[in-house]
Ligand binder design. Structure first.
Ligand code: GLU
Length: 504
């Protein structure tokens, strides 16, 4: 494919939902797969919904996800500016051109007049639509004389510019995911292209910018599919070649029905945003994947498989692999169910495979005080021993605290069950065995302790369970002799002694 240029075109109205991140990701993957360019365009023509910190949230999210844009605000501004609010002057002439070629018209109807029509229609159990039938009788330049229109414009009367939808046409549209879509133009309304506040609507600005920015493929959410007929009519009206379109399936609630919303996340306790977001008006903080402890590559891997499948059983993909493997043909038409459990599963897989030094660094940052005095070699061994049980870096401390400090308390239930009257003398003898081991490594310690157990005809559990309680303080942790080797002989004996004092 030649000259692939795709764009992610969010409106800065709040934090970027993971559905938006997925749209950005699929655009990014498509661009990288075809050596193309990934453009970020900020669609901020709707001033009423504009939120000041939303744009920086969007760019920071893309950065964290590792899918930065190639062109956009402040970066390689070849086709800039990339904020529609800074392109205001561009759009009017395109709207005017459509009026001049009789493919759009001025509509002077006031909102009060339109409200009356809506109410009347409602009373008759119908719906008022400004379309290719009703426009014939309304207050617009189709029905007014040239002089009347000029007089209104000269008097500064408010107007909008509407698209003059052609009558009785059968549109045959093509979507890369959905295939052929046939639409009768008589079912469409005459959408506003240019508003009375001097700003273009989404439809006009979007088409003009995609054209001027030489966008080759429009990959966006399914909610924009209903706009496709108008958009392709606009390309036709301007005499431009339309880009190819792909409308991505919705991300569905975990139960499978309906679009995934923030409320689902709040209810079930998972984030629907990549980063924490503070609403500047209410100071409400919404949780993000980053701050919850997810790895960015695990998050991206999970998102990639929401709606796309590689056609094999493979589930773990690096971003590089995704760039190679991704294809629009393998994106499904039907909605993709979001699973919070699967998302955790992905993180756990990355916990296992992420470079150990990165995990160690995170662990140290989270527990800096508790691990002072321990060197990286020791900490690395600890993390290697416990990380398979962790989903997040923040889980690691609870899984490994006993490597760094003697137990200060003992799991009561376990103590009651494991520490019998005969236990203390028994454990004292085990301590003696341990004390005499010269070559202090896991295998030798295991051999000697087991030798002691068998030669005294004791049950394994009778010794091993209380011994674990002495060393760890609870019935958790990896192979006990590995732990003993790690903490060393002296500390082991100290812990045994403490437990005898406290539990005996
Ligand atoms: N500004 C639209 C949005 O917020 C972009 C839709 C499109 O990609 O065409 O989703």
């Amino acid at each position: 494919m030649e000259n692939v240029r795709v764009r992610f075109a969010p409106s800065p109205t709040g934090p970027l939902h993971i559905g938006g991140v997925r749209t950005a990701l699929f655009n990014y993957l498509f661009a990288k797969k075809h050596n193309g360019t990934f453009v970020l365009r900020i669609e901020d023509t709707d001033q009423t919904r504009y939120v000041a910190n939303a744009e920086s949230y969007i760019t920071e999210s893309l950065e964290w996800c590792g899918i930065p844009f190639d062109e956009g605000p402040g970066k390689n501004e070849k086709f800039g500016p990339y904020r529609q609010s800074e392109r205001k002057e561009i759009y009017k002439k395109y709207a005017d051109a459509l009026v001049a070629s009789n493919q759009a018209y001025y509509a002077f109807d006031t909102s009060e007049e339109l409200d009356i029509l809506r109410n009347q229609a409602e009373a008759n159990k119908t719906v008022f639509v400004y379309n290719n039938v009703s426009r014939e009788t309304l207050n617009n330049s189709i029905n007014l004389t040239k002089q009347e229109v000029e007089a209104k414009l000269a008097a500064g009367e408010k107007y909008v510019i509407r698209f003059k939808t052609p009558k009785d046409q059968k549109l045959i549209l093509d979507d890369m995911i959905r295939g052929e879509i046939i639409i009768d133009t008589n079912t469409l309304d005459d959408k506003i292209l240019f508003k009375s506040d001097g700003m273009p609507t989404y439809h006009l600005a979007n088409i003009v910018d995609d054209h001027l920015m030489e966008i080759s493929h429009v990959i966006r959410g399914e909610e924009w599919l209903p706009s496709l007929p108008l958009h392709s009519l606009l390309y036709e009206a301007f005499g431009w070649i339309a880009p190819k379109f792909a409308h991505l399936p919705l991300i569905l609630k975990p139960v499978g029905k309906g679009k995934l919303s923030k409320r689902d996340g709040d209810k079930l306790g998972f984030p629907v945003f990549p980063l924490n977001y503070t609403n500047q008006e209410t100071s409400e903080v919404s949780k993000g994947y980053k701050e919850e402890g997810y790895f960015n590559d695990a998050f991206i891997n999970m998102l990639a498989l929401l709606g796309w499948n590689p056609g094999t059983e493979q589930e773990i993909f690096s971003l590089e692999e995704l760039c190679k493997e991704f294809s629009i043909e393998r994106v499904s038409k039907s909605g993709a169910k979001f699973s919070p459990d699967k998302t955790k599963w992905f993180n756990q897989q990355y916990m296992m495979s992420t470079d150990i030094s990165k995990i160690v660094a995170e662990f140290k940052a989270l527990n800096s005080e508790a691990v002072t005095g321990f060197d990286d070699v020791y900490i690395t061994k600890v993390i290697e021993a416990v990380r398979e049980r962790a989903i997040f870096s923040k889980d690691l401390w609870e899984l490994s605290d006993y490597y760094f400090a003697n137990p200060t308390s003992y799991d009561q239930k376990a103590a009651k069950k494991q520490w019998k009257e005969t236990t203390s003398p028994l454990i004292k003898e085990v301590a003696n065995v341990i004390k005499n081991i010269e070559d202090f490594n896991s295998a030798t310690i295991e051999e000697k302790v087991k030798e002691y157990i068998t030669s005294n005809e004791l049950g394994f559990g009778k010794v091993m369970q209380p011994l674990r309680l002495s060393i760890v303080g609870a019935m958790k942790g990896p192979h006990l002799f590995d732990i003993i080797e790690m903490i060393g002989k002296e500390n082991t004996l100290e812990r045994i002694e403490n437990s005898i004092k406290k539990l005996g």
